[in-house]
Design a binder for this molecule. Structure first.
Ligand code: HEM
Length: 226
């Protein structure tokens, strides 16, 4: 067991944790975005509210959610530790300075990650906390038990222009973070292949444009259509 803890604390172990938790979060974003698209249906939030009820009461999904919170914290803490270590190394001049070929995203992963973490705290407070603890109104749909009207909370948030702007700006940061993170996760896992690596990079680029764009589109469409 000691060797395992020592491995997790080593720089390779830390990078591996970043890569695996990052890939899990990448998958989460696709599920989350697909669910959120139901907000755009013209049904007054019925499908979305029934969906969130299912997602927050199904025992398997609840367990995956706890894993998700743990992975978000692990990814953030490990990222900060790697960033602090690299900064100290640069000060001691034994690290190779950033080359000109490294991208803006690659050079600023930690800062981009910090913005996303702050976004997440505000986001969770606004939606998740209101749903779990806050006084969300209940709504009843035909043939169903009363459910929390989370749609109302989302609609209220996205009726404020500054909240919409905040979301759109944060999604730009998310896009840059993903653009480097996606391909870097595969590289850490040792997947470096003449034929497959360009594909991974291409898919990563498409993912990191489309997913944040999808998330940013929801508040904008909400704001403009109400
Ligand atoms: C249009 C953009 C978004 C909307 C409308 C939205 C909406 C929501 C809502 C209503 C919840 C609480 C209900 C639920 O758990 O499904 C939630 C939870 C959550 N959101 Fe978002 N979200 C958006 C973007 C994002 C982004 C970009 C991220 C990550 C970078 C994110 C991360 C999370 C996390 C981690 C949770 C907790 C999930 C859980 O408890 O299982 N969301 N979101």
């Amino acid at each position: 067991m000691n060797w395992f803890i020592a491995f997790l604390k080593s720089s390779l172990g830390r990078k591996l944790i970043m890569s695996l938790t990052g890939l899990f979060l990448i998958m989460f974003l696709i599920v989350h975005l697909s669910g959120n698209f139901q907000l755009l249906l013209d049904d007054g939030g019925e499908k979305f509210n029934l969906y969130t009820k299912f997602m927050t009461s199904n025992p398997l999904i609840k367990t995956i959610s706890y894993l998700l919170y743990f992975f978000i914290l692990l990814h953030t803490i490990q990222g900060l530790l790697i960033w602090r270590h690299n900064r100290a190394a640069r000060k001691n001049r034994y690290a190779v300075p950033g080359t000109k070929t490294s991208t803006f995203a690659a050079r600023n992963m930690a800062y981009l990650g910090m913005v996303i973490f702050i976004f997440l705290v505000i986001h969770m407070w606004q939606f998740w906390f209101q749903m779990k603890i806050g006084g969300t109104n209940m709504i009843t749909y035909e043939g169903h038990e009363p459910v929390k009207d989370l749609y109302e909370i989302v609609a209220y948030a996205f009726s404020q222009w500054w909240y919409v702007v905040f979301y759109v700006v944060c999604m730009i940061f998310l896009g840059y973070h993903l653009a480097h993170g996606f391909q870097s996760a595969f590289q850490t896992l040792g997947i470096n292949h003449k034929k497959y690596t360009p594909w991974i990079k291409g898919i990563g680029m498409i993912y990191s444009i489309l997913v944040p764009l999808g998330f940013a589109a929801i508040p904008v469409i909400f704001y403009l259509s109400r």
